[in-house]
Design a protein around this ligand. Structure first.
Ligand code: PLP
Length: 312
């Protein structure tokens, strides 16, 4: 079963190895180490359409690129593509498709052709952009369950980088949660404290403070998580990054899941315990509204976070 909305019919052009090609012409070798041994790192970005600006704007491009550079450095590639070249690829792919709606961008860098798990080249790259509206769960929220799987550790396959190898762990947790009828999973790390979900970070409100597991809890250093920490203070909402025990989730007054794809999605229960009254909370709603204003440029604050696509 395909669980991602199929928008292939809306995509005319993708970029592979810095060349625009039709989607069906983009190819990867079946002997590619990127395929068999997961020698692949990637990024997911969103670009938001703004009626007021009459432009598409990529959110926090620089921060995603910085993370990608680190992810690539752990793959030890022969010639990693430069941030400038990859930025050009994203811009030219968006422009070639003439998207004028909210769009999700997936950029991948991998070892292609004929190779082994130790191959460091030849390096391939791809960019695909697809229309992607906001998820319905943004309004309603979802119930989460604590997974029986543990988060992959920094000493094994580091969760700090966005590597496809890490998503085996995410997949196991996500499928387990689905079998249990839940909307999402919480992964504990090897120490038994909370890390994150399969594809996003977790915040919960306790005694009026929004708490999120710290950077050494086994998380991807999420751009959305950073954004929430940045925008909460000026709204008068206190935040803390620290180690989080599982049972603290059961004391949550509000909670949400965050990531580029989900944005800020309320969590309405952890295991059998409702979060607050089981409905998305008022502070979560305020953060969602502010996030929306910031990503779309309905505010002049943080201009560097928005990269214009058509107006240069
Ligand atoms: C495992 C994991 N954690 C967190 C996130 C959220 O990261 P970001 O906000 O940078 O999209 C993602 C999504 O990319 C993810 O896959």
């Amino acid at each position: 079963m395909n669980t991602t909305h199929d928008s292939r019919s809306e995509i005319q052009w993708v970029t592979q190895n810095h060349q625009l090609v039709p989607y069906s012409d983009a190819k990867i070798s079946i002997m590619a180490p990127g395929l068999t041994f997961a020698v692949l790192v990637f990024e997911g970005y969103r670009a938001y359409w703004s009626d007021a600006q009459e432009d598409l704007q990529i959110f926090r491009l620089a921060e995603h690129m910085k993370r990608l550079e680190f992810s690539m450095s752990l793959l030890n590639l022969d010639h990693p593509p430069s941030t400038e070249a990859l930025t050009d690829d994203i811009l030219s792919t968006l422009r070639a498709n003439e998207f004028r709606q909210d769009t999700y961008i997936r950029l991948q860098v991998y070892v292609d052709e004929w190779g082994s798990m130790l191959s460091t080249g030849p390096v391939g790259s791809s960019v695909i952009c697809r229309p992607r509206p906001r998820v319905a769960d943004f309004e309603t929220g979802k119930k989460f369950v604590v997974s029986s799987w543990r988060r992959n550790a920094d000493s094994a396959t580091p969760p700090r980088i966005k590597a496809s190898a890490n998503y085996m762990n995410s997949r196991l947790a996500g499928l387990e949660a689905k079998r249990q009828g839940a909307g999402g999973a919480v992964l504990l790390n090897e120490d038994g404290t909370v890390s994150e979900g399969p594809g996003g970070c977790i915040f919960f409100l306790r005694d009026g403070v929004f708490v999120t597991p710290d950077g050494t809890s086994g998380i991807l250093e999420s751009v959305t998580r950073r954004t929430v920490l940045d925008i909460a203070g000026p709204l008068g909402i206190e935040t803390a990054e620290r180690t989080v025990d599982r049972t603290e989730l059961y004391l949550a007054e509000e909670a949400f899941y965050c990531g580029t794809g989900q944005e800020i999605m309320p969590i309405t229960a952890f295991d059998d315990k409702p979060v607050g009254d089981g409905e998305p909370g008022p502070l979560t709603r305020r953060l969602q509204a502010r996030y929306d204003d910031v990503v779309r440029g309905n505010t002049d604050d943080h201009p560097k976070w928005r990269t214009p696509v058509y107006k240069v």
